[in-house]
Design a protein around this ligand. Sequence first.
Ligand SMILES: NC(=O)c1ccc[n+]([C@@H]2O[C@H](COP(=O)([O-])OP(=O)(O)OC[C@H]3O[C@@H](n4cnc5c(N)ncnc54)[C@H](OP(=O)(O)O)[C@@H]3O)[C@@H](O)[C@H]2O)c1
Length: 284
Amino acid sequence: MSKNYRHELVGCMGDPVDGNPTGAMTEAGFAHAGLNWRYLTLKVEAGALDDAVAGAKAFNMRGFNLTMPHKIDVLKHLDALSDAARVIGAVNTVVCRADGTLFGENTDGKGFVQSLRDAGVALEGKSVAILGAGGAARSIGVECALAGARTIAVINRNAARGAALVDTINTHTGAKAGFIPWTGTAKVPEGTDIFINATCVGLFPDVDACPDVDFDGVRPGMVACDVVFNPAETPFLKNAAARGAKCVDGLGMLVNQGCINYGLWTGQPAPRDVMYDALKREFE
Ligand SMILES: NC(=O)c1ccc[n+]([C@@H]2O[C@H](COP(=O)([O-])OP(=O)(O)OC[C@H]3O[C@@H](n4cnc5c(N)ncnc54)[C@H](OP(=O)(O)O)[C@@H]3O)[C@@H](O)[C@H]2O)c1
């Protein structure tokens, strides 16, 4: 018998994961490429990660994504980290290498930077303002800095979290970062070129929620980006577009980080158009 019926396994571990469309997107890519690979969307509760990682090894999984609440907890299981993941301090993608060791990468910010490039937006020399200082903001802040942003303003309610991201950027990159406390209505910092909502405000089911921002500070020519991908057209982006900003939604970031993961796991270029179409179908 020559046919190989065995699946190569990747997946996502987190809680909640029920609304995570990454599997549909990634499996569309596998099917298109004729790969007998599966992406398993796995509910792994806080406290169950040790068993889950042991299970991934037992199942000979080729890799897995981490989402809430495991992006930091997974670090203790990893044998090696990318430079960016070490600086960011969190991992969203693990590659199970042939020698049995686990390599951690963080592809959220890389996917975001690629979505800017896809929209024809360069980061070199730009002034970036980021709302939020959580996991997505950390990854985006570090990758924007590494991609050549000149200044990065971090606007956050929790001062310790905001200051920690600023410190990370100033210590490990050539960009100059500063912290702006978010009390009341946030002002867009003077001279901002790229304004990013990296909070979860606006995420389904709170689709009418908008970050408390004075949108009169948004001017034509500014680029406004949202990490929220469900829905893709958020109140933040609608308000920014109404002031003439060029908008970049969170779907591009999601598909781009999925494509980077696909490449890390399979060693093949991802069929991006196929994966993007599959993702868009999930939100129709
Ligand atoms: N498009 C993609 O590919 C992609 C990838 C990863 C994540 N995401 C999205 O990114 C978002 C953030 O995820 P995360 O992992 O960074 O979450 P997180 O670590 O929990 O951080 C959430 C951040 O949002 C801020 N925040 C929450 N509610 C707020 C409010 N009402 N007003 C102002 N700030 C508020 C928090 O501020 P405090 O620190 O002050 O509490 C914190 O900085 C989620 O919507 C997630 O779906 C998208």
